[in-house]
Design a protein around this ligand. Structure first.
Ligand SMILES: C[S@@+](CC[C@H](N)C(=O)[O-])C[C@H]1O[C@@H](n2cnc3c(N)ncnc32)[C@H](O)[C@@H]1O
Length: 209
């Protein structure tokens, strides 16, 4: 392991359980856009597996302009053809300016972004994905206004202390935003450490169902 690369212990802890879910859905030939790639540990872990099992799966990571160079430190060190250098992508851009993809993945990003950015995340994902395209979102959520655990409630306070616009999002709200973007909720998986993986599929009508 290269110890000089940006590192997140949380990513180290959750990367395998997330991969276990992705493995059930992703297939050879898929083209994945990762939003908010962070340290690149997820991209690295997932592409190690998929290069061996789905050599034509392509993983395009991205992050906001101020974070993309740091994300690329890890990606550049890996030199994997199916994991090109990350692109700059802020979900608030009117045009995401990225190649076609049929899967979008994002972890631990919705509680960092402002509520307005979360709205733009879903409307952008709905525009970017083709019919039957999949959206995976990993992170903590509230249900009917309640935190799933006390530690998530503390986490929310900690987030808001850093940035008043951040915060753990309401499950029902993101499901509604996704629906407006033409995305049907397929699964809500409870994960370790009080997180969820939500999976949506773009519906064929291209309109809310
Ligand atoms: C807590 S980190 C998560 C990083 C990584 N996905 C992980 O699971 O560790 C939150 C990420 O959200 C990104 N982010 C914040 N605002 C964003 C925006 N408007 N558009 C895209 N990414 C954004 C940050 O740059 C950062 O990489």
């Amino acid at each position: 392991m290269n110890n000089s690369l940006p590192f997140s212990q949380a990513c180290e802890n959750n990367k395998q359980v997330i991969l276990d879910i992705l493995k059930k859905y992703l297939k050879d030939g898929d083209s994945v856009l990762e939003i908010a790639g962070g340290t690149g540990q997820h991209a690295e872990h997932f592409i190690e597996y998929f290069s061996a099992h789905c050599p034509d799966l392509h993983w395009q990571s991205s992050d906001i302009p101020s974070n993309v160079d740091s994300l690329n430190l890890r990606i550049e060190s890996l030199q994997r053809p199916s994991l090109p250098l990350a692109i700059s992508l802020d979900v608030n851009q009117t045009n995401w300016n990225c190649d076609k993809c049929n899967v979008i993945y994002s972890a631990n990003s919705l509680h960092i972004m402002s509520a307005a950015s979360v709205e733009n995340f879903f409307s952008g994902a709905g525009k970017q994905l083709p019919d039957d395209g999949l959206l995976f979102v990993y992170g903590p959520f509230k249900y009917e206004g309640e935190f799933t655990t006390e530690s998530n409630a503390h986490f929310d306070l900690w987030l808001k202390d850093r940035d008043t616009l951040s915060g753990v999002r309401d499950f029902e709200w993101v499901v509604e935003l996704a629906k407006d973007a033409g995305l049907d909720l397929l699964e809500d998986n409870s994960m370790p450490a009080n997180n969820q993986i939500l999976i949506w599929r773009k519906n064929n009508s291209g309109k809310p169902s």
